[in-house]
Design a binder for this molecule. Structure first.
Ligand code: AMP
Ligand code: MG
Length: 486
């Protein structure tokens, strides 16, 4: 049933080591993503059997070569030359039913040589959180890794107190990170870097594989590759900003080459809108605040660009010039993706000249009054947004300008409303619900998590009985603080 291969370890052997998962004393399946299992060509019923559950914790046949990957990374701006899968394991790669190569990866499967001071374990709450948020992002159309399963291990793990241990099985287009390139660059072996880049190209951007690999050549392959990653990340972060997602720990080791969101730790969605919003308990300086995310992404991409310079051109100045020009395109790609998404959210034509000002002015009014971000857009479509403002005067002025635009376009209200409701979610994983559901799970009741997964998996589809999950937190709810997902 499970015959993965390991092209990464074969093609770039210097960047991972063979490793096995720690045994799990009493594995119990907490949640299984049946739809994703089917997509992978796996049989959900088989995964629910004891052998299947064991497999989801890494008890795979000896013939399956599981590995721990090494990478480096800038963490909050400081460079760590050797991070890596400290408590994670690449089970292997599968070709899914649509022919796409996917990584199957465990988190919480025991210490590896990259564990540094960590214990190698993960706990149930944060692993369910990764499952839940990944499903929400996927359903919102934002590229994301997804969880296949969470299995509790039967072991207690020490964090702020003893907590149930768990293993997450995660599916990604790959686990190549900006930090993987940083590590490859520090090996000082140009062959490793080139092999990694060619592997990443073949796997994620095969259309550039035909371009010339010679440094300094016109249409250089690695410059084209850099541009593709910049493009994918600019669009990704635009998606985050549109839905009000705060990743929380945008270190270069948490940024993929594929353009998928990865590593759901202290992430959360905005309730009341403000660009300076930070949820993570460790982000004291607000480096990864909501409004800083595009700049943080571009900073990370500059770190990727630095690693690629010798492949782009042997003349350092020429390499820097070419890479800088590629990086400069980030802002345009980001802005055009962001503005067209916001246009759809507001029901305004994407090419309308007033759009940028309307977006900017709306966000400024919302920030002043910390208006509920996810709730606003559905309310706007329903004609009830005014009630969300403590002082409606600035909103009224803004709304009159939007009405003018809509009248001039001549679009029918019902058509605009329906289109807005197709892009503005009713259900996102609101912090107060996530926290309550995870607390219940730790106490042994998984139903609130299942209910939340069910809601956010069809985010645009308003359903009776789920009203509470759409509502903002009750007045007086303390600001959400998230911890680093360990
Ligand atoms: P993260 O903040 O989850 O992206 O993790 C940063 C680095 O710390 C990665 O190299 C992880 O593998 C490692 N790490 C995090 N938690 C643990 C743990 N409990 N045991 C071992 N390594 C860990
Ligand atoms: Mg990470």
């Amino acid at each position: 049933m499970f015959c993965p291969d390991g092209t990464y370890a074969q093609v770039v052997p210097a960047l991972s080591i063979p490793w096995r998962a720690a045994p799990t004393p009493a594995p119990r399946l907490c949640i299984l993503n049946e739809g994703l299992a089917v997509e992978l060509g796996l049989d959900p019923a088989a995964l629910r059997t004891p052998d299947g559950v064991a497999l989801l914790t890494g008890a795979v046949p000896a013939s399956v070569p599981t590995t721990a990957q090494v990478y480096a990374g800038h963490q909050f701006g400081g460079f760590s030359p050797r991070l890596g899968d400290g408590r994670a394991l690449l089970l292997g790669e599968l070709i899914d039913t649509s022919g796409r190569r996917r990584d199957l990866h465990l988190k919480g499967s025991g210490r590896t040589p990259y564990a540094r001071g960590g214990d190698g374990w993960a706990v149930l709450g944060p692993m369910l959180r990764e499952y839940l948020i990944g499903e929400a992002m996927h359903a919102l159309g934002i590229p994301s890794t997804r969880a296949l399963s969470v299995v509790s291990t039967g072991q207690k793990v020490m964090r702020e107190r003893w907590l149930p241990g768990a293993v997450l099985c995660r599916v990604a287009d790959s686990h190549l990170r900006v930090g993987t390139f940083q590590y490859a660059a520090t090996t000082g072996d140009p062959q490793v870097l080139r092999a990694l880049a060619d592997y990443a190209i073949a796997r994620h951007y095969p259309e550039v594989a035909e371009s010339d690999a010679e440094p300094g050549s016109p249409g250089n392959r690695y410059l084209a590759f850099l541009s593709r990653v910049i493009d994918a990340q600019a669009r990704l972060v635009a998606g985050w900003m549109q839905v009000g997602f705060v990743h929380g720990v945008m270190n270069t080791d948490n940024m993929t080459i594929s353009g998928q969101t990865i590593d759901y730790g202290p992430c959360a969605f905005l309730d009341g809108y403000h660009p300076s919003t930070v949820f993570s308990s460790i982000d004291h300086g607000g480096r990864y605040a909501y409004g800083n995310q595009p700049a943080a992404a571009q900073w990370n991409l500059a770190r990727l660009a630095e690693t690629l310079l010798p492949l782009i051109d042997e003349r350092p100045d020429a390499a820097v010039e070419a890479a800088t020009a590629a990086l400069h395109r980030f802002a345009d790609i980001y802005l055009s993706a962001y503005q067209s998404g916001m246009a759809a959210k507001l029901g305004i034509p994407p090419d309308h000249p007033d759009l940028p000002r309307l977006v900017e002015d709306l966000l400024s009014v919302m920030a002043d009054q910390r208006v509920d971000y996810p709730g606003f857009f559905r309310a706007l479509a329903a004609g009830t947004a005014r009630a969300l403002f403590g002082d409606p005067t600035p909103y009224d002025a803004w709304s009159a300008r939007r009405d003018q635009v809509l009248t001039a376009t001549g679009a029918e209200t019902a058509v605009v409303t329906a289109a807005m409701n197709r892009v503005n979610p009713v259900y996102i994983p609101r912090n107060h619900h996530v926290e309550a559901a995870l607390n219940a799970a730790v106490e042994g009741d998984l139903r609130p998590v299942e209910r939340l997964v069910e809601a956010v998996s069809r985010p645009y589809d308003e359903r009776p009985g789920l009203e509470d999950l759409a509502a903002p937190p009750p007045a007086g709810t303390p600001p959400c603080v998230t911890f680093c997902g360990t």
